[in-house]
Structures are given as structure tokens and as C-alpha cells.
Design a protein around this ligand. Sequence first.
Ligand SMILES: Nc1ncnc2c1ncn2[C@@H]1O[C@H](COP(=O)(O)OP(=O)(O)OP(=O)(O)O)[C@@H](O)[C@H]1O
Ligand SMILES: [Mg+2]
Length: 274
Amino acid sequence: MEEPIILVEGLVKIYGDGTEVVALDGLSFRVTAGEFVAVMGPSGSGKSTLLNLLAALDRPTRGRVSIGGVSLDAVEDLDAFRARTVGLVFQMHNLIPTLTARENVEVPMIGVGVGRAERRARAVELLERVGLGDRLEHLPAQLSGGQRQRVAIARALANHPALLLADEPTGNLDSVSGAEVIALLRRLNHEVGTTVVLVTHDLDVARQADRVLILQDGRIVEEHRIHDPFEEDLKAFAATGLGRAVLAGDDAARRYLGEAHFRALRRLLQGMGR
Ligand SMILES: Nc1ncnc2c1ncn2[C@@H]1O[C@H](COP(=O)(O)OP(=O)(O)OP(=O)(O)O)[C@@H](O)[C@H]1O
Ligand SMILES: [Mg+2]
């Protein structure tokens, strides 16, 4: 089996000493590199707690998180680990108000010792990638909510993290800007292969994920795998006359398509839904 980028085993998080709150109650799951996973669930179900533990912003009470095969218990300098491995995007963009878009994107690179010229070049490239090549020297206050959130995504990608964690990144945006931000995350996931774990309350957003985990009272109560678009196309083809002929092993279809193509298609159709 493929090595998971995230492996969560028996994760428990209990807050407080007087009145204890069990925020996570023994979660286990894995995420494969390149997946786009949405996390949903009612308020207080533990979504942000989970993301904080995945980001090594907090330590679990029990259980274990491993990122890229490294158990976080064994990491001494979590700040350094986080800076290189994880990109974070929150509901509130947390940009530094006195720095321009470009400078904000450069900040995480300073922490890992990237030189000045390279920082600048990479920040410009990332801002271009998120569609803000013409807003490099704007301050956060001079940008729209959606643009600020796109700066936050560019900043999260500054050190080429394998994993991008986003906690309701569209929560404060109107639906059009929200859709743009999600489309951007989806594109980065496809083009760069960045693994994305996204907390959202929005079903339309979750539908664009490969998989949806639903939390309740600190447990995963449901898991849905969203249909592969390729599988959808294949289903549509299976319903056509030619699709039916291929499935039936029709000789005319075989001659029409050529032996190799016919066989490959037939195998795909026969394997559908498995
Ligand atoms: N620092 C904290 N100290 C004590 N309790 C906390 C703390 N952070 C969260 N909790 C509690 O843990 C539970 C899970 O909180 P969490 O923030 O993970 O929920 P959530 O699913 O992100 O909710 P929302 O959708 O409202 O953001 C809640 O009952 C919350 O009150
Ligand atoms: Mg939350």
C-alpha cells in the first residue's frame, strides 16, 4: 500500500483540567499523497482541533500523528518542521497589515533561510500563480477578502509544503470569491500535487474533494469517497450504443475500434464500480 502522507492513530485531545472537554475521541485515518480531503461536521465537533494537531500547533493527549512517515512525537523542533512541511490557511487570513502582499508571502521563507533575491522571485511567482501578479505591492487593507485569502494561500505555499491545511478558508467570503479560492486549491492540488485537507461547512465545497470525513463529538462518523470524474465519463459511455456493444463483446464494435482499443475499453467497462 502507498505510504500515507498523513497517518492518524487513536488520536485523543482533551482540553482543560477542571471541566474536561474531549475534543477528539480516538480518531484514526490516513490520507494518501495527492488527495484532496474535506472535513465537515457540526460546530464543536473537533475539526479545528484536528487541524491544529495535524499542523503540529498543539500536542495530542493520546495517540499519534505522522506526517510523511515522521511521527510528530519524535520531532524536537516543531516550528522548523511545520515551516518546511505544512502550509496553513485559516478563516481569518492573518496577513501582516503593514507588509505588502509580496512581503507577506516572503515571511515564511525568512524563517528557513532563503536568500533575499530568491525570496522575492518566489513570492512574485506564487502571487502570479494565485492570480495576483498585478497586486504585488498592495497592502492587505487594499485588497478584497478573496484576494487576501489568495495571498494567504500563496504564503502557505512559500516553502513548497507537501501538505496544505485549510480551516474554513472561505468562511468569511461571498460565494463567488469563495468558489475562486476553492478552484485555486483544487488547481494547486492537481497541478503541483499538494495534498489538501480542508475544513468546510459548505457542501458544494466538500463535493469537490476526493473524500469527505464527517466528524461528530470528536469521532469520524461518516466517510464518503466522491466519484472519480473519469468513472462518471465511463458510466456515460457505458450507456451509449457503442458502450453497450463493447461490453457485450460485439464483433462489429471490435473491428470498428481495433483489437487493442476494444480490449482496453472493455476491461475498463467491466471493472467499473469496483
Ligand atoms: N483551547 C481550548 N480549551 C478548551 N476547550 C477547547 C479549546 N479549543 C476547543 N475547545 C473545545 O473543543 C471542542 C472542539 O472544538 P473545535 O474548535 O475543534 O471545534 P470545530 O469543529 O472546529 O467547531 P467550529 O465549526 O465551530 O469551528 C469544542 O467543544 C470546544 O469548546
Ligand atoms: Mg473550527
